[in-house]
Design a protein around this ligand. Structure first.
Ligand code: F6R
Ligand code: MG
Ligand code: MG
Length: 369
């Protein structure tokens, strides 16, 4: 029997600004997941939040892209939106970009990652959920964890992983269809680097182990401004990563997050800041950020989840949180100059473009040939 792990998240309104969903919203989401458990649609489920996004973790046997599961998520987010409106919360329904549900949340605003697996005797995995960033935030940590012996000692020490991994990479700026390339490490190492260096365009969709053909990781690939054609909030991605045995260990998967790498996101989705690894259910604060990432470890067995282990709730990560704050402050000290703010084509707000058009009229030509 196969088990499906689905994680679907959305910002449907928040308290204080773009900071945190309200308790009644979270309560409603839990109620909807509990109803689905009682009906037998789900074998297990959890509701968490990261910044202003509510994430629904759903365990079932219906496979990926199942309309009933996606409808459950959509209906839940419609209900939390209703509460957000009743409470006068900010950005109510922000990530629900379409009026009518059409069978799948992809392309409709919410972020999703799903994986169908044959459960191993022990099936540990990690759910990553980020806020104030795009899906490219996973390029660095996923590629390093699966392809670099600096982080994944198993590539050298564990024979299972010697054959490396295959990366399915999507060009997310191509909107007419899903545009994908399949490349393997070690053979295509430099070609993969050539693509992943641009995390706003080329994004890891999934990682497969070469020796077994098993899917090791899946990540969300949606970019809201590509769906809506204008700024409607940052993409705020999720990922599911299976760990141990034939895959990198849990610690190897977490290792690259100690860099607190710079990513595009934060305030108005338009600034480069360092990713801060945070505890579950953390809020957004400084400069509408910083960009945060949470990591919950679980095991699943016969469709039932264990309790979560909060992977970044450990003293080691306090040092990394401080480092992330320092790195973010260093970048913020440069304000809007150069790399601190996004390049023109990635600015989430269009004000600059309009201002430039207006100013262009005031330029005068000198020494015209
Ligand atoms: C970034 C984000 C916030 C908002 C900012 C302005 O993803 O959610 O930084 O962009 O607070 O929000 P609006 O335009 O809704 O007033
Ligand atoms: Mg928001
Ligand atoms: Mg968000």
């Amino acid at each position: 029997m196969k088990t499906t792990i689905s994680i679907i998240k959305a910002d449907t309104g928040s308290v204080g600004g773009h900071n945190k969903p309200s308790e009644p919203m979270i309560g409603k989401a839990k109620e909807k997941i509990n109803e689905a458990l009682k009906k037998g649609l789900l074998s297990d489920g959890k509701v968490t939040y990261t910044g202003d996004d509510i994430a629904l973790l759903m365990i079932h046997t219906k496979g990926v892209d199942n309309p009933d599961i996606h409808k459950l998520a959509w209906d839940t987010f419609c209900q939390t939106t209703k509460i957000a409106k009743e409470q006068g919360l900010y950005g109510a329904g922000q990530d629900l970009l379409k009026d009518a549900f059409s069978g799948n949340v992809r392309g409709m605003g919410p972020g999703s990652a799903e994986i169908e697996i044959e459960e191993r005797p022990a099936e540990p995995f990690i759910i990553f959920a980020g806020d104030k960033c795009g899906p490219g935030v996973f390029n660095y940590p996923l590629f390093e964890a699966f392809a670099s012996p600096y982080h994944n000692a198993g590539l050298l020490l564990a024979p299972d992983m010697n054959a490396g991994f295959t990366f399915h990479i999507m060009d997310v700026n191509f909107t007419e269809a899903d545009k994908l390339i399949t490349l393997k490490v070690p053979e295509d190492y430099y070609d993969i680097c050539t693509l992943l260096r641009d995390p706003n365009k080329y994004i890891i969709e999934s990682v497969v182990e070469n020796a077994s053909g098993l899917v090791a990781a899946v990540a969300s690939t949606s970019r809201l401004h590509n769906i809506a054609g204008k700024y409607v909030g940052k993409d705020d991605p999720v990922a599911i990563v299976r760990t141990q045995k034939q895959f990198p260990s849990t610690g190897e998967i977490l290792s690259p997050w100690a860099l607190a790498h710079y990513t595009l996101g934060d305030n108005r989705g338009s600034h480069h800041v360092a990713v801060m690894p945070v505890k579950q259910n953390s809020i957004i604060s400084y400069f509408d950020g910083p960009t945060i990432m949470s990591a919950a470890g679980y095991c699943v067995h016969n469709g039932k989840l264990t309790e979560a282990v909060d992977m970044f709730d450990q003293p080691f990560w306090d040092l990394i949180r401080n480092k992330a704050s320092e790195k973010t402050l260093e970048m913020r000290a440069q304000g809007f100059y150069g790399p601190s703010m996004a390049a023109m084509d990635e600015l989430e707000y269009t004000g600059v473009v309009e201002n430039l058009k207006r100013l262009d009229k005031r330029f005068v030509l000198r020494n015209q040939k």
